[in-house]
Ligand binder design. Structure first.
Ligand code: MN3
Length: 238
């Protein structure tokens, strides 16, 4: 995942310089020329959206994406960085942080934020402008085999999205060698259940409320008919 790619960055902390006299001072001029005294990892960063914020209109508005990507997704990244700061997880991959924190109930805060960083990046890629339609190739064949038909898959996916009580996600996953539709609550995600995610749909209210208000089923139909990115799901099937 792009989010797990760590980047070295000039830390803001580098503008605070401890002088020989022990006086701590910050200088804007120094900040422009100084380099970190040690390599500090930036840990987790917000990946770029795969399209412009208005690219999913008229189905999902730029207003929704500006909050959902710019505020919600960004907040999960910021929270995660604060939570793992000065811990071994600050230099781990996002996937490893998710899998390790999932095993420890006392690390629920780390898990929730790390998983939400991953889930949202996966969700943006699960949609595209002029999406929708039907899958092709191997994925199309496998959907027919495992669900009976593409329509049966769509019905199962709609059902998962509408019946997820409260916040969560609907997924198309590969479980062993079988495609399944699942739903998860809050930040929960397939990788901690031994499943491989192919596609996801955010059903937290913030994903649809500005555009669809309380009509979650309309958002779900729009996701399937106008937005879903089958190329991405096909790639994930491998
Ligand atoms: Mn969301």
């Amino acid at each position: 995942m792009e989010t797990s790619r760590r980047q070295f960055c000039k830390s803001v902390a580098a503008i605070s310089v401890l002088t020989a006299a022990g006086t701590k001072f910050a200088s804007a001029a120094l900040a422009q020329t100084s380099t970190p005294t040690k390599e500090e990892t930036m840990t987790f960063t917000l990946p770029e959206l795969p399209y412009a914020q208005n690219a999913l209109e008229p189905h999902i508005s730029a207003n929704t994406l500006s909050f959902h990507y710019g505020k919600h997704h960004q907040a999960y990244v910021t929270n995660l960085n604060n939570l793992v700061k000065d811990t071994p997880w600050a230099s781990a991959s996002l996937e490893d942080v998710i899998k390790e924190s999932a095993k420890d109930a006392s690390k629920a805060g780390v898990f929730n934020n790390a998983a939400q960083v991953w889930n949202h990046t996966f969700y943006w890629n699960s949609m595209k402008p002029n999406g929708g339609g039907a899958p092709k190739g191997e994925l199309a064949k496998k959907i027919d085999k495992d669900f009976g038909s593409f329509d049966a898959f769509k019905e199962a996916f709609k059902q998962a999205g509408t019946t997820q009580f409260g916040s969560g996600w609907a997924w198309l996953v590969l479980d062993g060698d079988t495609l399944k539709v699942t739903k998860t609550g809050n930040a929960d995600l397939p990788m901690v259940h031994g499943q491989k995610a192919l596609l996801t749909m955010d059903v937290w209210e913030h994903a649809y409320y500005l555009d669809f208000q309380n009509k979650r089923p309309d958002y779900i139909s729009t996701f399937l008919d106008k937005l879903v990115n089958w190329d991405f799901a096909e790639k994930n099937l491998g």
